[in-house]
Design a protein around this ligand. Structure first.
Ligand SMILES: *[C@@H]1O[C@H](CO)[C@@H](O)[C@H](O)[C@H]1NC(C)=O
Ligand SMILES: *[C@@H]1O[C@H](CO)[C@@H](O)[C@H](O)[C@H]1NC(C)=O
Ligand SMILES: *[C@@H]1O[C@H](CO)[C@@H](O)[C@H](O)[C@H]1NC(C)=O
Length: 511
């Protein structure tokens, strides 16, 4: 998110200072000893491998795709760091004399990601640095200092680059990692978060007596996950709006996030902004179709809209109270079409309403292209669901150019853990011991193929929580459900605090 990397400011400043000092020094050094600058004895060889530092991070940091880097940092790197690194690189090139790599090629690689004008500027700016490296190996005091300084700067740069990349976690797959016990969990109290957390999901308010499931933290394998803090989240989301649109599992994630931001404490500076989104409880409704809360301190809005199928549903005969509903598989929910422009972060999900029973109970009739579906293949639930996921993802993707600031996520399916039956046929999930089924996710691919294939090649990110949640069979509401009929277990929804908190930690890390 632009302007969101507040933590970088100090580092950026020190980077600029060092880089400016060094650039000045380099020019001075070239003036003084023009033929020596390209000669670096092997013993003072830079620790930077061109592949590690020059090609990858710089090229990727400079690439127009790297939206995550603050524009400020981009400028610094473009204007100051890149030429410096280029000169370091050519210095190194001269060290490894037998290295067959074509410097010009590498340079082209780096410049390829710059605009034409910028690239021209670069070439004019530093012509000597690419001149040949041949010449007698003479070592002078000046050169030694020069090299030492380059070494220091390169180290600093390396640190900065690594920090940048770590914070950005560009290549990080948060879905891969392991669960670890952590006494600093949970992030809020299931007793305390009454303002936002429904009693039906607060297992602390039920008969349940084991709470080991609250004390786990997800540790991604190859990346640092910034510790979630409510104040940090609000600062990051200053003046912004985050929307969850999906089924009840999306609502769980929404309530979890509200509890996480507030630490489960009561807040009086949060207003209900439902009216702005037409979300008011109509007379006779058991509940509104969504909730909108705004933190006045930072003008941050968090909302949830209930769209179980994630497609447009409208009554076929508005005047008939017993009407069926057209479920337009290839049309995004009206709410999304109407309000997308107001969102800065969007988290979509669907999944558990895609079965014959739910369709029938909701009186949903599949429609495609505006007319009732007659394609028998498409009528298969999983095919219809796949079509809807692809449609909604494609539609949001098509809107991204109009809303360049929007970060859109599709959250993969939340796994169920019914054993010995389904939700309505005596299925249960009685395990209370965390990580009994394992604690690690090693696979690279998402377990939710439909979601993964839908986002592929789009600007929508996957919030991939399926496999990691699959390891948490002990975290469901289980037999303690207050709303289920006697004997019926809830092995679908999660106790809160609990697993959906982790989804939000990963979301926070990806924003
Ligand atoms: C280096 O690459 C450039 C551009 O691709 C090419 O024009 C030049 O001939 C190459 N030089 C060598 C020594 O391969
Ligand atoms: C709050 O943020 C919204 C965008 O989410 C913006 O339209 C509005 O002007 C802001 N209000 C204030 C008082 O800053
Ligand atoms: C899901 O739908 C997309 C788009 O309609 C299609 O390309 C893909 O093959 C489908 N996936 C499966 C598993 O049917």
């Amino acid at each position: 998110m632009k302007g969101g990397f507040y933590g970088l400011r100090g580092r950026e400043l020190s980077l600029i200072t060092i880089v400016l000092m060094c650039t000045a020094f380099l020019f001075w050094a070239w003036e003084k000893t023009p033929p020596l600058t390209n000669l670096t004895p092997p013993e003072t060889r830079l620790r930077l491998s061109p592949d590690d530092l020059v090609s990858k991070p710089v090229a990727s940091l400079l690439s127009p795709k790297s939206k995550g880097v603050s524009s400020f940092a981009e400028k610094v790197i473009e204007q100051v760091a890149a030429p410096l690194i280029s000169s370091q690189k050519s210095t190194e090139r001269s060290v490894i004399k037998s290295n067959p790599v074509n410097t010009t090629d590498r340079n082209v690689e780096i410049l390829a990601s710059l605009s034409e004008e910028e690239a021209k500027g670069k070439q004019i700016q530093e012509p000597q640095t690419y001149v040949g490296a041949q010449g007698p190996t003479i070592r002078t005091e000046v050169e030694g200092n020069h090299n030492k300084m380059i070494e220091q700067v390169s180290e600093q740069l390396e640190v900065d680059m690594v920090a940048q990349v770590t914070i950005e976690n560009r290549d990080c797959n948060y879905a891969k990692g392991k669960w670890v016990p952590d006494d600093n969990r949970p992030l809020y109290s299931g007793f305390g978060c009454k303002q936002w957390l429904s009693g039906m999901w607060a297992c602390r308010l039920m008969q349940r007596t084991d709470f080991a499931y609250e004390k786990l933290r997800w540790q991604p394998k190859n990346c640092q996950m910034e510790e979630f803090e409510g104040s940090k989240f609000l600062r990051k989301m200053q003046g912004k709006t985050l929307a969850f649109v999906g089924d009840s599992l999306g609502r769980q994630q929404f309530q979890s996030l509200m509890c996480m931001i507030t630490g489960g404490e009561e807040r009086h500076d949060v207003i209900d902004a439902g009216k702005e989104y037409g979300l008011v409880q109509a007379r006779g409704d058991t509940r509104p179709s969504g909730w909108v809360y705004r933190f006045l301190s930072t003008n941050t809005t968090i909302l949830y809209y209930w769209s179980a199928s994630l497609c447009d549903v409208e009554p076929i005969d508005k005047s008939n109270p017993n009407t069926d509903y057209a479920m337009h598989l290839d049309r995004p929910p009206a709410f999304l079409r109407q309000y997308l422009h107001k969102f800065d972060v969007l988290v979509l999900n669907t999944g558990h309403h895609w079965n014959r029973g739910k369709l029938k109970a909701n009186k949903w009739v599949m429609h495609v292209g505006g007319v009732q579906n007659t394609d028998r293949k498409l009528a298969m639930i999983w095919v219809a669901k796949n079509l809807t996921i692809h449609s909604v993802v494609n539609w949001v993707n098509s809107q991204l150019p109009k809303h360049p600031g929007l970060k859109a996520f599709y959250r993969t399916i939340s796994p169920r853990h019914f054993v010995g039956g389904d939700w309505n046929t005596g299925g249960s999930c009685d395990n209370t011991i965390p990580m009994s089924v394992g604690k690690e996710v090693l696979q690279d691919e998402s377990s939710d193929e439909s979601a993964a294939s839908a986002v592929k090649g789009t600007g929508i990110k996957l919030l991939d929580i399926t496999a990691l949640s699959h390891l948490r069979d002990e975290g469901h509401i289980s037999r303690f459900s207050r709303t289920a009929n006697p004997g019926v277990q809830d092995c679908l929804h999660w106790c809160l605090p609990g697993v959906p908190d982790t989804w939000n930690e990963i979301l926070f890390a990806q924003i």
